[in-house]
Every structure is written in C-alpha cells, then in structure tokens.
Design a protein around this ligand. Structure first.
Ligand code: NDP
Ligand code: GDR
Length: 344
C-alpha cells in the first residue's frame, strides 16, 4: 500500500486530494495544524473523515523538527505540500508569516526528504500568482515570473527551491503551477465563493447587497477536484518536472458575478466606473453589488490565463468542467447549505 503525506489537509485541495488518494488505495497521512477548534468540515463533506486509511497528524509547516520527526516516522512514498498562508490579500498584512509558512515551510519538507530518504517524491503547490504582472498571454512553463504580492514572492521561492533540490540532489520534486481552482469547498474569503455565498444569501433574503473590490481582474478558473487529480499525475510521471494546470479561458470578476446571479434567475446590469460601479437587478432596479475600495489590493494581478498544453501532452490531464457549470454547482451548494441551516 502506497503512503502519502499531505499538508493542508483541512483546506480545499487537501480534502479533494485525500478523497482521490483514498480511492486509489493509498494510506493517507493528513497533516493539520493544531487549532483551538477543529476545522475538518471539508473532509466530512466529502465523506473521507473517519476513513480507516486516513490518519490525521499534527503538523506545523514552520517547525523543521516536526518535519523531520514525521517524515522519519511515517516514511511516506509521496509528500504533497498543499499547506500555505494562501490568501493573497492577507499576505500584504502578514508578509513575514507568509514567507515563513508558504516559502520556508516547503524547504523544511525538502530538507527532511533529503536527509531521511531522497527517494520520497515531493509535490509543491505552486501558483499562477508567480506570473503576477503580465509578461505574456497565455502563461506557460516558460513565461517569466513577476510576483505582485508577498504571497506570490514566497511561492516563487518555494518553487525555485523545489527545482533546486531536483537539480542538486536528484530529488523527485514536481512543481504544479496551478491557476485558480474553485469548488463548493472553497474558503469564503476567496472571490468566487464570496460571490456564490453572497448570491445565495441575497436569494434567501438574508443579505441586501454584495460588496466587492476590483471587478476588472481576469482569472482562469477551473474545478478544484480535477486539479487535485493533476497533482497526483505529476508524481506518477517518469521525470520530475514543472507543469501548468489551467483551463485556457479567462473571465472578469464582474462576469462571474453576473453568472452567479443568473443561477438564481436574477439578471444583473452594470453602471458607473471603478469605485462608483454598481450592479443592479434589471427587473427591480435594486442595487445588489457595490464596489468597496477596502477590498482592493496594494498591487493587483490583472490578467491570468494559462496554457495547459504540456500537462495534456505529458500527463494526459485536461480541465473539463466549464465555468458556467462550476458557478452553478457552487451557488446550488450554498443554497442547499442555507436549507440545512448551516454555512461554512
Ligand atoms: P486553503 O487556504 O483552502 O488551505 C490551506 C491549508 O494550509 C489549510 O489546511 C491550512 O490549515 C494550512 N496551513 C496554513 N498555515 C499552516 C501552517 N503554518 N502549518 C500547517 N498547515 C497550515 O488553500 P487551497 O486548498 O485552495 O490551496 C492548496 C495549496 O495550493 C495552497 O498552498 C495554495 O497556496 C496553493 N494554490 C491554490 C490555488 C487555488 O486556486 N486554490 C491555485 C494555486 C496554488 P488551516 O485550515 O488550519 O488554516
Ligand atoms: P487570488 O484569488 O488572489 O487570485 O488567489 P481571490 O479569489 O482572492 O481573488 C481573485 C481576484 O478577485 C479580485 N477581487 C476580490 N478578491 C477577494 N478575495 N475578495 C473580494 O471582495 C474581491 N473583489 C475583487 C481580487 O483582487 C483578485 O484580482 C487565489 C488563491 O487561491 C491563491 O492561493 C492561489 O495561488 C491563486 O488563486 C492562484
């Protein structure tokens, strides 16, 4: 039985990856950090919590001793490093914590692998945020990096260290440059889920108006479950390498909002510019979306759209869920949560 050690098990991708690995017959060691109240709702939602082949272990990415002890004791075949301070907005307020968790955290694991067993395969959760300021459209594995946030810079460090351990020590270090991927399990601070949760609240009469930041930002949004499968494929490849996972389609935040309201039969029209912009219900004229400059970032990534050709060719991986289907799935899940009287 293959063994996988997965950091960030309590996050969106951790839950989907755990499900995929368990289905493939792995023993999964899910690493979570100690918090005052447990946050296992995503694993519960997917029905993996309590699986006899899922063992939860306490782990903090900032603790090197913890990495050495756990990798030494568990001796996994594969390590997936999904844990991170992953919110770009917060990284501007917490640049040092972000560097420590998101950047150096990866090196603690790479070092543990180098010292204990260089044969352990390592997956690094890299990101399209490393491309940052637009250098080329679409972005692929050869596009120059230009991170625009402390988060992007920390991830770029972890990415290069993965490549460095691959080249210096022959470690099987794969880096997945994943573009935004979303799902009903997405955290509510991220824009797609903030929107679908807000739209569900408005549809149920629990909220009057949704407040957002930059509506012009363009993102390449895919479905998280498919991206987790792509991570696994990277560790099964013949050679360790770097791969872009993306859909190849980009849309604005504004378009995603329009799409989400359409899922509850509300037709939105837009008027005004930048901080004055509002979205209103065409039928009633009521304002349902306002721009709040509080949600703007000190530096923005304007346009992300990936070219996943290499992943298709080498890994046979392809995104198949359309943005319309994904948006519909997320709105429906948020409506259902309200029916059941809870919302995470
Ligand atoms: P989430 O924010 O949902 O999950 C992050 C996970 O990291 C959580 O389990 C969190 O634990 C854990 N974590 C945070 N700090 C620490 C720490 N000090 N020690 C141990 N664990 C910690 O992110 P996603 O699941 O969306 O993303 C997974 C990874 O992929 C992240 O590294 C992210 O940066 C990267 N990524 C994500 C993309 C996306 O669109 N989703 C795109 C590209 C890359 P807790 O629950 O306790 O907070
Ligand atoms: P991102 O995701 O920064 O791309 O990072 P997020 O959903 O936070 O923002 C996407 C875009 O929407 C704009 N935006 C808002 N964002 C948030 N969160 N809240 C708002 O109210 C709002 N209004 C407009 C943002 O300015 C931005 O342009 C995500 C994370 O999952 C990272 O961990 C991952 O690496 C990248 O995706 C790829």
């Amino acid at each position: 039985m293959k063994k996988a050690f997965v950091t960030g098990i309590t996050g969106q991708d951790g839950a989907y990856l755990a499900q995929i690995l368990l289905e493939k017959g792995y023993r999964v060691y899910g690493a979570y950090r100690r918090v005052s109240s447990v946050n296992f709702w995503r694993m519960k939602d997917l029905g993996v919590l309590g699986d006899p082949n899922l063992e939860l272990v306490e782990y903090d990415l900032i603790d090197q001793a913890n990495a050495i002890q756990l990798i030494g004791r568990l001796r996994p075949d594969e390590v997936y490093n999904l844990g991170a301070q992953s919110f770009v907005g917060v990284s501007f307020d917490q640049p040092i914590a972000t560097a420590s968790i998101t950047g150096i955290g990866a090196v603690h694991l790479l070092e543990a692998i180098r010292i204990i067993d260089p044969g352990i395969r390592y997956y690094q959760a890299s990101t399209s945020e490393m491309f940052g300021k637009v250098q080329a459209v679409p972005q692929d594995e050869l596009t120059p990096f230009y991170p625009r946030s402390p988060y992007g810079a920390a991830k770029l460090y972890a990415h290069w260290m993965t490549v460095n351990y691959r080249e210096s020590y022959g470690i099987f270090g794969a880096s997945g440059i994943l573009f935004n991927h979303e799902s009903p399990l997405r955290g509510k601070e991220f824009v797609t889920r903030k929107i679908t949760d807000g739209v569900a609240s408005i549809a149920c009469g629990q909220l009057d108006c949704l407040e957002l930041g930059n509506l012009d930002a363009k993102r390449d949004w895919g479905y998280a479950q498919e991206y987790a499968e792509g991570m696994w494929r990277m560790l099964q490849a013949k050679e360790p390498d770097t791969f872009v996972l993306a859909t190849g389609r980009t849309e604005t935040v504004r378009d995603f909002v329009t799409m989400a309201f359409r899922a509850v039969d509300i037709d939105i029209a837009w008027e005004g510019r930048e901080a004055e912009e509002r979205g209103y219900d065409k039928r009633s004229g009521k304002t349902l979306v306002k721009v709040n400059p509080e949600f703007f970032r000190p530096a923005e990534v304007d346009l992300l759209v990936g070219n996943p050709a290499k992943a298709k060719q080498v890994l046979g991986w392809e995104a198949t869920t359309t943005l319309e289907a994904l948006c519909q799935m997320m709105v429906q899940a948020d409506l259902q949560r309200r029916d059941h009287g809870y919302s995470f």
